[in-house]
Design a protein around this ligand. Structure first.
Ligand code: FE2
Ligand code: FE2
Length: 152
């Protein structure tokens, strides 16, 4: 039987929180940036498509960094601990689909000025991406991070 001193328990709690808290903070920032881009695409007059493209690429790299962090700090350890009972395979498939969606959005806006039809198409792409990402982050906060707290 392993007995932990009260200090050890505190250290473990801090270490566990440190894994999840930055990811939750990222979620807030990602939701905020998605909103900013969605509003920028809807406003009139609209920023140039070059500016929108730059904003989409910045957003894509923010999300990309988050997904990588999450995969190394939560997904892989949970998958190793829980094996086939881990829900991370399904969630990792969502990561792939989010990455593809972001790449398509950034390339549709591209480096050059694009026409209104392309912007409209990108607006609806962004709206569905925003929905997908927000549902994904909600599942992580309700299920995956809770499991990580419990199992890691
Ligand atoms: Fe995720
Ligand atoms: Fe996440």
């Amino acid at each position: 039987m392993l007995y932990l001193s009260p200090n050890a328990v505190i250290r473990m709690t801090v270490a566990r929180d440190d894994r999840i808290t930055p990811l939750k903070n990222d979620h807030k920032e990602i939701a905020r940036q998605l909103d900013i881009l969605r509003k920028a695409m809807a406003q009139s007059p609209r920023p140039s498509s070059r500016e929108l493209g730059r904003a989409a690429r910045r957003l894509a790299s923010l999300i990309q960094r988050h997904l990588e962090n999450e995969e190394s700090t939560v997904y892989k350890p949970l998958s190793l601990t829980m094996g086939r009972h881990s829900p991370t395979d399904m969630m990792a498939r969502e990561h792939r689909s989010i990455r593809q969606g972001l790449a398509r959005l950034a390339s549709a806006l591209g480096e050059q000025e694009v026409n209104d039809a392309r912007i409209e198409e990108s607006r609806s792409r962004l709206a569905s991406l925003q929905e997908q990402i927000s549902a994904h982050m909600e599942t992580e906060e309700k299920v995956l991070f809770w499991l990580a707290d419990l199992k890691l």
